[in-house]
Design a protein around this ligand. Structure first.
Ligand SMILES: O=C(CO)[C@H](O)[C@H](O)COP(=O)(O)O
Length: 233
């Protein structure tokens, strides 16, 4: 990652940090942008800010622990005030594609448990329509072939087509924190994300998918010397 790109992520993260006040229960996202937020948050915590966080991945939990950000769980703290997370794409109405880092299931559970979700990103994540980035779909390993066939059929019924690839890391299937697999679906432009989300939700082997609709209310997007604030209408 270039130094300029990192600086944009830091600027977006700083804007989100301005929304954090003492006593907040925070959902803490996953990915390189969310990690910049964690670093800034840790500085504030070291300076006396009192918050408690629920991490959206083991990776984020480890970073928070290393930097002294206090953590809890959704069992202990089932309602959160604010989640701050990155995204792979930010589309109309702040519809998102997430899951490039493979944490989409916990990210969606945490965002849904939060009163607000703020997305932080550099401007490269803004798209006119979702789908340039492959859609991550978290699936149970049992019945993988049947589940992939069902995903293809559901997509086909919506006029979507494209390869489905089981995500790998180091030549082995990538396994999520929840013990599932990720299928990356390269459908291209998704004209009706809601219809696709409903169709995927109806497939038993699909655990969750990376379409985050009606979850984010604000996005801080850094680029061209400014941080733009986007709000869901
Ligand atoms: O959804 C995610 C992880 O599952 C990330 O938020 C998304 O991949 C963006 O990551 P980055 O900030 O590194 O671009």
């Amino acid at each position: 990652m270039s130094a300029d790109m990192r600086e944009l992520k830091i600027e977006a993260a700083r804007a989100a940090l301005d929304q954090v006040v003492g006593g907040m229960r925070l959902g803490i996202g996953t990915g390189s942008t969310a990690e910049e937020f964690v670093r800034l948050l840790a500085e504030r915590v070291a300076g006396g800010l009192s918050i408690i966080g629920v991490p959206t991945s083991e990776r984020t939990a480890t970073l928070c622990s290393e930097l002294g950000v206090p953590l809890t769980t959704l069992e202990e703290t089932p309602e959160l005030d604010l989640t701050v997370d990155g995204a792979d794409e930010i589309g109309p109405q702040l519809g998102l594609i997430k899951g490039g880092g493979g944490a989409l299931l916990r990210e969606k559970i945490v965002a849904a448990a939060s009163k607000r979700m703020i997305v932080i990103a550099d401007k490269s994540k803004i798209v006119e329509a979702l789908g340039h980035f492959s859609l991550p779909i978290e699936v149970n390993a049992f019945g993988l072939g049947a589940t992939m066939r069902a995903i293809s059929k559901a997509a086909d019924a919506l006029g979507l087509d494209g390869p489905l690839d089981v995500r790998e890391r180091g030549g082995e299937p990538f396994v999520t924190d929840g013990g599932h697999l990720i299928v990356d679906a390269s459908f291209g432009r998704i004209p009706d994300p809601r219809a696709l989300a409903s169709a995927l939700n109806a497939i038993p082997g699909v655990v969750e998918h990376g379409l985050f609709l009606d979850l984010a209310d604000t996005a801080f997007v850094a680029g061209d010397g400014e941080v733009r604030t986007l709000r869901a209408a």
